[in-house]
Write a protein that binds this ligand. Structure first.
Ligand SMILES: CC(C)(COP(=O)(O)OP(=O)(O)OC[C@H]1O[C@@H](n2cnc3c(N)ncnc32)[C@H](O)[C@@H]1OP(=O)(O)O)[C@@H](O)C(=O)NCCC(=O)NCCS
Length: 206
């Protein structure tokens, strides 16, 4: 059954109200605590009325640019340039388009602007990227929950993903556990460290 995206519509203010710490916590020091002194700060913005919908072919350039920009900005303080180049090539236009034919790709929109994206193909979750200016406002959580809902609707019992160093705590907060840490050799003898993570899905009854 196709999802009812009307029910996915939400306001980030509503998300923040649901958060135990309330709105101030959503914009709090924890956001900035992730940025050590001297590292690049990205000004945060509030997004309202986030709507999730399926990605269309017409979104290709926007989604590609969102993913590429997020890799450049969000990984700059974590990965060597060679690993960033690997990520950028991995998330090429061609690969996004390939996935569009076989996977369930969603985008999160606010006022017609795409702020985030995520993909699930069977049990494999991937390419979850949020515009750096709008990270830590609950958009990633909305996307993760929708991808999980899709997997459950297909009767799947677990989800798997490869997490960046940056995203490990986010995925742990979504109930994923690390299975193994990997070091992928990239150019110039550098490494791209990532985690294989998994989440068991209990099928909901009723
Ligand atoms: C990781 C990412 C997808 C998370 O999306 P987001 O919209 O920023 O995250 P959310 O605001 O939905 O966070 C939801 C919860 O995850 C946890 N969380 C998110 N980022 C976290 C971090 N860096 N450290 C610790 N906890 C984190 C928090 O518990 C948060 O809940 P709270 O706000 O109620 O405390 C996003 O920050 C991103 O695109 N990062 C760069 C690219 C990336 O690494 N993508 C994942 C590839 S595997």
């Amino acid at each position: 059954m196709e999802p009812d995206f009307e029910n996915c519509q939400t306001s980030l203010m509503a998300y923040c109200r649901r958060s135990p710490a309330g709105i101030p916590a959503c914009r709090s020091g924890r956001v900035r605590a992730g940025h050590a002194q001297g590292q690049r700060m990205v000004p945060l913005k509030m997004a309202k009325n986030i709507k999730l919908r399926k990605m269309q072919t017409a979104d290709l350039n926007t989604v590609y640019n969102l993913v590429q920009t997020t890799i450049q900005i969000s990984y700059a303080d974590t990965y060597p340039p060679e690993a960033i180049e690997f990520f950028r090539n991995y998330h090429s236009r061609e690969n996004i388009l390939k996935d569009l034919k076989v996977a369930y790709i969603i985008v999160a929109e606010s006022d017609g602007q795409i702020l985030g994206t995520g993909t699930v193909a069977g049990k494999d979750v991937g390419r979850v990227f949020i515009n750096p200016e709008f990270q830590h406002h609950g958009i990633g959580k909305l996307i993760a929950e929708e991808l999980e809902r899709k997997a459950r609707s297909q009767g799947l019992e677990k989800l798997e993903l490869s997490s960046s160093l940056k995203a490990r705590e986010f995925w742990e907060s979504e109930g994923f556990v690390v299975v193994k840490e990997f070091a992928l050799p990239v150019a110039n003898d550098k490494q791209l460290i990532y985690y294989e993570m998994t989440k068991q899905l209990e099928q909901q009854r009723g």
